[in-house]
Ligand binder design. Structure first.
Ligand code: 13P
Length: 261
């Protein structure tokens, strides 16, 4: 089992700050890294290339972009395309974060177009889904999320490089509420049952911290974490990587102990 542990910096960090962060990651990787963990960082577009450079050659870190347009080139002022973020050094593109759905008009339809563009260029798509508080209160969380994923993956062949991130809107950001494991397990189990064989990993995101990461990684179906605030300080992110490496090692030992001889 490999655990994907990543952070989106959202609209934070200058290039200087990004380089300082990435330099610490490079030192951590050189000191032995995090076995059975796939780490990734998603800087703002302005810092993708400097982060890639600061991580150095052969880095275990995947570098991502927070968004990309569905068209490759053209008159789309303010947008960046998949070939452009790939040119800057990204090999993963985050699509459909709830902040983009809420503030920038992303819909299930544009999310699908973007996912197809990312895959067409051979990058990994990280598709974010999650229900708002009122949908959860009305008992519709599972249905809402399954329908978002079905729309996002419409026409996408099984076996494509797709990560799903389940991020309930009510759990994200400063006003977010930390979820109970039961609340998210209901959705992650359903996603695992439906897409377990076809997606690369299923991440949980929203108020992840060093205090709850271990429990969250034991939630049924969850094989990674997607972290905002708790990982914006490099020490917080390094701590989360350490926790994940410990969880992955324990899981490996349990698996080895139960293999029939
Ligand atoms: P927080 O960890 O700050 O709640 O943000 C999570 C998130 O939006 C990751 O995409």
């Amino acid at each position: 089992m490999v655990l994907w542990i990543g952070t989106s910096w959202k609209m934070t960090k200058t290039q200087t700050e990004a380089i300082a962060f990435a330099s610490r990651l490079r030192i951590g990787a050189a000191a032995g890294g995090w076995p059975r963990v796939q780490p990734f960082v998603v800087p703002p577009a302005t810092a993708i290339s400097v982060v890639r450079d600061a991580l150095g050659p052969d880095s275990p870190f995947v570098v991502g972009a927070q968004n990309a347009h569905w068209e490759d080139v053209g008159a789309w002022t303010g947008e960046v395309s998949v070939p452009q973020v790939a040119d800057a050094g990204a090999t993963l593109v985050e699509i459909g974060h709830s902040e983009r759905r809420e503030h920038f008009g992303e819909t299930d339809r544009t999310v699908n177009w973007k996912v197809r563009a990312v895959l067409r260029h051979g990058l990994t798509a990280l598709v974010c889904v999650g229900e708002p508080a009122e949908v959860r209160a009305a008992g519709g969380a599972r249905e809402h999320v399954l329908s978002q994923v079905a729309a996002a993956l419409d026409g996408v062949p099984g076996g494509s490089r797709v990560l799903l991130a389940y991020e309930p809107v009510w759990a994200i950001g400063e006003k977010g509420r930390e979820p109970a494991i039961d609340e998210i397990a209901e959705v992650t189990q359903a996603l695992d049952a439906e897409y377990g064989g076809v997606m690369t990993a299923l991440l949980y995101g929203g108020s992840v911290s060093t205090a709850n990461a271990r429990d969250l990684l034991h939630t049924p179906g969850v094989t990674g974490l997607f972290v905002g605030r708790s990982a914006w300080d490099v020490n917080g992110y390094l701590h989360l990587l350490r926790i994940a490496a410990d969880v992955a090692q324990e899981a490996g030992e349990v698996a080895a102990a139960t293999v029939p001889r």
